[in-house]
Design a protein around this ligand. Structure first.
Ligand SMILES: [Fe+2]
Ligand SMILES: [Fe+2]
Length: 189
């Protein structure tokens, strides 16, 4: 699949800073895919699509979720979570992506979930620690994400949950399932 048309579509749909973020996530995802023996092409594709719905209006996101019969629980949670599933819908319907692993990586990048595939984990981590991200503790996360992918997930989902709790935000159940999986994994750290 040609990536140039996807990139120009992204440039149209996203703010320039969001577009730059997507390109950095794609670079890092490719690098991590190589390290961990996953298809670099799939990683790049998933990363390019991951935020394609990020700049859509809340009402439009909701409409797409409902039309597609997406997980009804999402509606009760912050609309920030909706762009992942809608991104996967757009990747499939508008761009003909049919690789379920790529679609799932896009779909779950906002929440995580239990039993993520290697590709899903790579996108989740790359999205959080790409070189443009600046938040307290990001360097430590980058450092800790250099070894095994599960160790990286342990720290990254831990950080995400910490952040949400600190904001007193509601936490989507899939994120808790993801968190629990890594906290219960022995020998991870
Ligand atoms: Fe996102
Ligand atoms: Fe992102």
């Amino acid at each position: 699949m040609e990536l140039a048309p996807i990139k120009s579509e992204l440039a149209n749909r996203l703010t320039s800073s969001r577009y730059e973020h997507v390109l950095r996530v794609a670079e890092l995802s490719k690098k991590m895919a190589k390290q961990h023996g996953v298809s670099e092409t799939a990683a790049e594709k998933a990363a390019l699509f991951h935020d394609i719905a990020k700049c859509m209006k809340k009402e439009e996101l909701l409409r797409r979720l409902e039309e597609a019969g997406e997980d009804k629980r999402l509606v009760d949670f912050h609309h920030e979570l909706w762009h992942g599933p809608v991104g996967a819908i757009i990747a499939r319907e508008t761009f003909g992506i049919n690789d379920e692993d790529v679609l799932n990586a896009v779909r779950f990048h906002t929440t995580g979930r239990a039993n993520m595939s290697m590709l899903e984990k790579i996108l989740f981590i790359a999205d959080l620690i790409e070189p443009g991200r600046q938040f307290p503790g990001v360097d430590e996360l980058r450092e800790k994400s250099k070894g095994s992918i599960d160790k990286a997930m342990y720290y990254c989902i831990g950080h995400s949950i910490d952040y949400l709790v600190s904001k007193r935000a509601a936490i989507f159940p899939d994120s808790f399932d993801c968190y629990n999986e890594y906290m219960l994994k022995e020998g991870i750290i």
